[in-house]
Design a protein around this ligand. Structure first.
Ligand code: FAD
Length: 431
């Protein structure tokens, strides 16, 4: 029997039907479109069985599947090593085209290049699209064509280009949805993928408090930020819709979305920054890397309430407020003199919104080793940060119930740690 010729749309970090660039183009191809998601064993094998991000991905796919049922279609879910999965799909289906949205992380670039080659060897055309940023790769560069490494000029150029084009185009697939293939693929249980449901949930995003973003965003007890980060990470919201909205509503909020793109373009242009100091002059810093100190930081038992509250919030919920992230990161790198890569790895394991570009970029910013980073001699005082941003101690009490009953002493004196950090950095920076 001859097989039906089909196109595939490969979902990755774009888990939505609406305003999805690659999907919009796939649905206009000459062949019915099979939506696909691959649970990639190369990523999954390193995660705990109850990983909250896997639960979120699973739930997002379920939502997509139920939306697809309205068109008599369904999503094909596979689990395995990506190359092996694609080999078996090529054998099973008569695939004409494959569409997907670009991912700029080094691992993804390598994966996509090898899958594209495999498809080509089998005479299958592949098409990739910009979807999870407004401007990608080399679209925002300095006059000499080199990437920006300082945020403010990057942002100015970004805004100039954005305003010049009016607004980010949005891609409405609705007119083409009859082109989804009419297959009924079984939707697996989470356990069939080898995972368990996590008790930690991704919160829905909330834009209701953004009108006061500038005034409220730094106060963790107000809990007034958008909770968009995991949704942007996995693409359950469209960055184009969001940026167009932010541009009308709040420029400070828009600037934060541009920070996200700044770090994505830094990672694209300087992939080495994942494992190396962005500024190699900082390679000589003699980190203390004390394992007992690291454990106290991880468990939120440093004796500094702002640091401890943040780490407990992270451990319990997979989220931490941005101001507090800055405080805990500075504390790890400066007070404890632990290499930022340890903190980055811990955040990567715990954060629901873990995103390589933003995580590495912000950690290097906090450590002073990054591009456009905080100067090394700026050492946040966790007590002053607490007084400024949680004056009444509401955030702290929420995460440290024992706070009012004789809280433990700081594990290291601030003035001593500050002097030690500055001296160590000074001695380590290669002139
Ligand atoms: C040490 C450290 C590590 C971080 N790791 C991550 C990470 O792995 N993933 C991640 O998405 N963000 C990371 N951030 C940035 C920031 O803390 C989170 O994006 C933010 O707290 C998410 O909450 P929100 O969506 O409510 O933020 P909002 O304040 O509502 O901001 C809206 C969106 O803007 C973007 N944004 C805001 N601040 C930043 C920033 N500093 N850098 C880049 N993008 C930003 C995010 O996409 C965010 O969702 C990190 C920050 C620090 C200091």
């Amino acid at each position: 029997m001859t097989k039906q010729k089909v196109s595939f749309f490969w979902f990755r970090r774009d888990l939505r039907l609406e305003d999805n660039t690659g999907l919009f183009h796939a649905l206009q191809s000459d062949f019915p479109v099979i939506p696909l998601f691959i649970f990639d064993e190369d990523i999954l094998d390193n995660l705990p069985k109850n990983d909250a991000r896997v639960t979120f991905i699973y739930d997002s796919l379920q939502k997509i599947n139920s939306q697809l049922s309205e068109f008599g279609s369904s999503i094909l879910i596979k689990k395995g090593k990506t190359t092996e999965v694609w080999k078996s799909l090529i054998a099973e289906f008569d695939i004409q085209n494959v569409f997907f949205n670009k991912d700029y992380e080094p691992f993804a670039i390598k994966r996509d290049s090898s899958i594209t080659s495999l498809l080509k060897e089998n005479n299958i055309e592949s098409f990739s699209f910009k979807d999870h940023v407004i401007f990608e790769e080399k679209e925002i560069t300095k006059a000499d064509g080199l990437p920006y490494t300082v945020y403010t000029p990057y942002k100015n150029k970004w805004l100039e280009k954005y305003h010049f084009s009016g607004a980010a185009p949005e891609y409405d697939s609705a007119p083409f949805q009859s082109n989804f293939a009419k297959n009924q693929f079984p939707f697996p249980e989470l356990s069939e993928i080898g995972f368990e449901r996590s008790a930690i949930k991704v919160q829905p995003h909330d834009l209701s408090k953004i009108s006061n973003y500038k005034e409220t965003r730094d106060f963790p007890a107000l809990d007034s930020t958008s909770y968009l980060s995991p949704h942007l990470r996995f693409g359950s919201v469209s960055i184009r819709k969001l940026v167009n909205w932010a541009n009308r509503k709040n420029q400070t909020f828009l600037s934060e979305l541009i920070w996200r793109e700044f770090f994505i373009q830094i990672l694209f242009s300087f992939p080495n920054c994942v494992n190396h100091n962005f500024k190699s002059a900082y390679d000589g810093i003699q980190w203390r890397n004390n394992e007992e100190d690291f454990k106290r930081w991880c468990s939120g038992t440093t004796g500094y309430p702002m640091v401890d509250a943040g780490m407990r919030q992270l451990n319990e919920t997979g989220y931490m407020h941005n101001r507090v992230r800055m405080v805990v990161a500075s504390f790890l790198c400066k007070h404890l003199l632990i290499n930022w890569q340890w903190g980055e790895a811990y955040f990567a394991e715990k954060l629901l919104d873990f995103e390589l570009a933003s995580n590495v970029g912000n950690w290097q910013w906090a450590a002073g080793t990054g591009c456009d980073a905080a100067p090394y001699f700026r050492v946040f005082n966790p007590e002053i940060q607490q007084k400024k941003f949680d004056e009444k101690g509401e955030y702290i009490r929420k995460w440290i119930p024992e706070f009012d009953f004789g809280y433990s002493e700081p594990m290291v004196d601030h003035a001593f740690a500050r002097d030690r950090a500055i001296a160590t950095y000074k001695a380590g920076i290669i002139k």
